[in-house]
Design a protein around this ligand. Structure first.
Ligand code: NAI
Length: 475
């Protein structure tokens, strides 16, 4: 088996944590049981690009339990938990000397070159017959396949412009080496039945490609299952934003001024958590609806310019770029904490920060750096501007990820087994499946549902067994 992880000897520790996680992931375990006999993913060759954590290990082993062959990478250079990666490679029945699990190419602290090398390895199926499915988080695997196929069609890979981001130059270099006359990427794209996408930013990319007419295979937008974005993005971040801050800095949050940029699902969870710790939370927004929500939730809403000099903690949650600029950072208080929990690192202008003449970067510990300005004051940047909850801590806890990943497994089964029902486009799972995912998590929390009577169901115009809300309902 080909694989590359940090240290296989961590597998036993990883396995113990996987076993604890399984208990906290009732949705995934129920799906394993439901489909054990049917093996709906037999024949599926799934390339996954999603943070290689303990929770993801349970997802991977669920896909395998349903018949799939899997190869995996992380979708961020800092988010891999090395013991999880090792345990997945060794597998439940293997040993360190005789690994029998799934090929993983991921370790914590990859360089960007290594990151894209890993993505390519997971797409290089032995024997060349795969992958036929992608499970993506943020869209990097989908992007690589699309760009490869696009440049093969054009017959050449374009040169990077000097001011292109470093990462794009790395991608172009990789494609220059791998775009070939025998059309490797076009071949890979043609075999893929579809992609299931985990996050807001990746989904955004998919809709853009569909609009531009460049999307090469159908996609299921897992993010916008209600049981994903209204739970993982919100309650997951409510947990893991604090975990990231604590493990990175252990600074007391109570009494501090915290700025949350963006009040979407992630922003709502972060603002709530910071308030829960006793911080005075200020929100920035561009959308009047989200700004009004923040105000009604009791937060001050203003611009970053107004508060950049007085805040102690900054968290960007926008999925947009250039939210905190180098100029903002130069005006911050001494030891202000600057962090991003959105998918990509361009929410904070790290490149601009590095270019300030005389600035000095110093590592406190991995993923925690001080940047000292020529006037002597410093800021603390978490995870080099990458998502801090996965870079500095261990991301969302198992229970919430069980909701997200149960949607992922159902979406993989949908696209793989009903391919002809999904012409190229971007789809969300039907509401009855969303309700099913929620239902699978009720017992573990001791929730007792009220059952509609037939007369009540008729009165509000829904079936007794659901779905209970019209498509336009927003939760
Ligand atoms: P969303 O679209 O619900 O929220 C983003 C909000 O930011 C929107 O309300 C938007 O109006 C606002 N915004 C955009 N530009 C802004 C600007 N210049 N200033 C202030 N506000 C601005 O998206 P969601 O679901 O909250 O996701 C946000 C990001 O977090 C995405 O990149 C997503 O992929 C990522 N994500 C990260 C997770 C993690 O564990 N770190 C988990 C889930 C999502």
């Amino acid at each position: 088996m080909d694989f590359k992880v940090a240290d296989l000897s961590l597998a036993a520790f990883g396995r113990k944590e996987i076993q604890l996680a399984e208990h906290e992931m009732p949705g995934l375990m129920a799906v394993r049981k439901e489909y054990a006999a049917a093996q709906p993913l037999a024949g599926a060759k799934i390339m996954g690009s999603l943070h290689m954590t303990i929770q993801t290990a349970v997802l991977i082993e669920t896909l395998v339990a349903l018949g799939a062959e899997v190869r995996w990478v992380s979708c961020n250079i800092f988010s891999t938990q090395d013991h999880a990666a090792a345990a997945v490679v060794v597998g439940p029945d293997g040993t360190v000397d005789d690994p029998k699990g799934v090929p993983v190419f991921a370790w914590k602290g990859e360089t960007l070159e290594e990151y894209w090398w890993c993505t390519e390895q997971a797409l290089n199926w032995p024997g060349g017959e795969g992958p036929n499915m992608i499970l993506d988080d943020g869209g990097d695997a989908t992007l690589l396949v699309h760009k490869g196929a696009e440049y093969e069609k054009a017959g050449a890979v374009p040169s990077a412009a000097e001011d292109d981001p470093e990462e794009w130059k790395i991608i172009l270099d990789l494609l220059r080496r791998t775009v070939t006359a025998d059309k490797k990427w076009t071949e890979i794209a043609s075999r893929i039945k579809g992609v299931t996408e985990e996050t807001t930013t990746g989904v955004h990319r998919l809709y853009e490609m569909f609009k531009a007419g460049t999307l090469l295979f159908p996609a299921i937008n897992v993010n916008d299952s209600v049981t994903k974005s209204k739970f993982d993005n919100k309650y997951g971040c409510r947990h893991s934003v604090i975990d990231g801050l604590n493990r990175a800095t252990d600074v007391l949050i109570g009494g501090k001024v915290a700025v949350v940029c963006g009040y979407g699902d992630v922003g709502k969870g972060c603002a709530d958590a910071l308030r829960g710790q006793g911080a005075r939370v200020i929100v920035t927004e561009i959308d009047p609806i989200c700004a009004l929500q923040a105000a009604m939730d009791g937060f001050q809403v203003t611009t970053l310019e107004d508060v950049v000099e007085i805040a102690d903690i900054f968290v960007t949650t926008t999925g947009n770029f250039n939210i905190i600029t180098a100029d903002h950072m130069s005006r911050m208080k001494h030891n202000a904490i600057v962090s991003n929990i959105g998918h990509f690192d361009n929410e904070i202008d790290m490149a601009g920060l590095a270019k300030i003449p005389g600035i000095v970067k110093d590592e406190v510990k991995p993923q925690v750096h001080t940047w000292t300005f020529p006037d002597g004051h410093s800021i603390i940047v978490l995870a080099e501007g990458r998502l801090m909850n996965l870079g500095c801590a261990t991301g969302h806890p198992s229970f919430v990820m069980s909701n997200s990943f149960t949607n992922q497994v159902i979406a993989q089964i949908e696209l793989f087994t009903k391919t002809e029902e999904y012409p190229i486009g971007v789809y969300v799972l039907p509401k009855h499946l969303d309700e099913k995912v929620a239902r699978l998590h009720l017992d573990a929390l001791g929730v007792k549902l009220t059952e509609l009577t037939k007369a009540q169901a008729d009165y509000i115009g829904v079936p007794v067994e659901g779905p209970y809300k019209p498509e336009h309902y927003r939760y």
